[in-house]
Design a protein around this ligand. Structure first.
Ligand code: AP5
Length: 215
């Protein structure tokens, strides 16, 4: 099962990926989480990526593709994976095609999670994250059991630096101009499905399950 989730920043890709991990026992590959880990560990890649990320800009394609080539060669990818936040440009999608061919992998499903911009801005202001695991909460829509504490580790939750409204609006512009052309790219391959992401988390999960069960 090789699934690609595409959607605006804050569209719920990470939230839904966590549901799919449980269901299919395959890894979530989130370029955002991987980059944040590099930034935290002060790796050479992290040092290059930090400013782009904090400003809400995309990290250059070549850095992302090198990072993904290494990741897709990991053993845990053999039975499938959920790509979350990659590719998000046409050159990245072309690079992914090249990598998939080399690995003899096929994408089974590309799912677009559609959410209006104003709803995104509202969601991001309430997002809280557990940085080490990538677990995502929302103070109203998906609160942790104990305020500001991760359900599993008991550690404190954080607010992402790029969740400030101005940065979110910039990320949305980039999504509309640079990432949305991927819809046409994958539509031509006949593996594209679009769902309404402006609904309760459980209902969005049900829509995704319907698509995957019919695949
Ligand atoms: P990344 O971490 O991938 O950010 P993003 O794509 O902008 O997506 P988010 O993680 O912000 O949101 P999400 O869709 O996962 O939503 P979530 O589930 O958290 O990337 C960060 C940065 O890294 C980029 O800006 C860029 O600089 C760089 N980068 C990463 N990948 C790159 C690439 N391939 N190329 C170049 N640069 C790259 O949900 C959001 C909130 O809403 C949460 O609080 C959640 O609880 C809540 N929520 C979720 N679903 C619902 C619902 N249905 N109803 C109500 N609330 C909901």
């Amino acid at each position: 099962m090789k699934i690609l989730l595409i959607g605006p920043p804050g569209g719920g890709k990470g939230t839904q990926a966590k549901v799919l991990i449980e269901k299919y026992k395959i890894p979530q590959i989130s370029t955002g989480d991987m980059l944040r880990e590099h930034v935290k560990k002060l790796t050479p890649l992290g040092q290059k990526a930090k400013n782009y990320m904090e400003n809400g800009e995309l990290v250059p394609d070549s850095l992302i593709l090198d990072m993904m080539e290494l990741r897709l060669n990991d053993k845990d990818c053999i039975n499938g994976y959920i790509l979350d936040g990659f590719p998000r440009t046409i050159p990245q999608a072309e690079g992914l095609d090249f990598l998939l061919e080399k690995l003899n992998h096929n994408l089974d499903n590309v799912i677009i999670i559609d959410v209006p911009d104003d709803r995104i801005v509202q969601r991001m202001s309430g997002r809280r994250v557990h940085l080490d695991s990538g677990r995502v909460y929302h103070i109203l829509f998906n609160p942790p059991k104990k305020e500001n504490i991760d359900d599993f580790t008991g550690e404190k939750l954080s607010i992402r630096k790029d969740d400030e409204e101005g940065t979110v609006r910039k990320r949305l512009d980039i999504y509309h101009n640079t990432t949305k052309p991927l819809i046409k790219f994958y539509d031509k391959k006949n593996i594209l499905n679009s769902i309404n992401g402006d609904d309760e988390i459980e209902n969005v999960s049900k829509e995704i399950a319907k698509i995957l069960n019919n695949a």
